[in-house]
Design a protein around this ligand. Structure first.
Ligand SMILES: [Zn+2]
Length: 159
């Protein structure tokens, strides 16, 4: 194994996967593993993404978040276009190794391509309160202007 490769272990037993030291990620039927990404400082949830094996390896090797874009069907080095690279402070994997948690530092306090800090910038009213269920904006202003960063091209990550 060279220093620019990462080898994943075969998944053999529950004990090995849950209690052991071997990285044995479980990719779904599309070859993807879910990744929740939070801000290392505040703990705020920034985004939920997916990684294929290549994205997981590149994240481990580079210390910068790489994802797999399901809409574009391609490896996605987060921030390569916008400069909003996510520097990995800590990378964790869950008990059965089918989900990853990245704690990252982000420049300019912005992560979301819409211009907000977190992709989760709106809340959905729950319970008896606001029965219109109109989405509420939880960030009062954008951290950056997306059109200044991306130009006027329609963002390919969404539609
Ligand atoms: Zn977003």
């Amino acid at each position: 194994m060279s220093s620019n490769d990462v080898r994943f272990s075969q998944r053999l037993t529950i004990e090995q996967v849950e209690e052991g030291h071997e990285l044995a990620p479980k990719f779904d039927e599309h070859g993807l593993i879910a990744c929740v990404t939070t801000a290392a400082g505040s703990g705020e949830v920034l985004m939920l993404g997916y990684m294929n094996a290549e994205a997981l390896k590149k994240t481990i090797l580079s210390g910068e978040a790489h994802y797999y874009s399901r809409s574009r069907k391609t490896l996605w080095h987060k921030g390569a276009t916008s400069g909003l690279v996510q520097k990995v402070v800590e990378m964790r994997i869950d008990d059965d190794q089918d989900a990853v948690w990245l704690r990252v530092e982000i420049p300019g306090d912005a992560s979301c391509h819409v211009g907000y800090r977190s992709c989760f910038y709106r809340s959905i009213p729950t319970g008896e309160g606001d029965q219109t269920r109109a989405l509420r904006f939880e960030e009062s202003e954008k951290s950056f202007d997306p059109s200044a960063v991306y130009g006027d091209a329609p963002n390919p990550t969404v539609l």
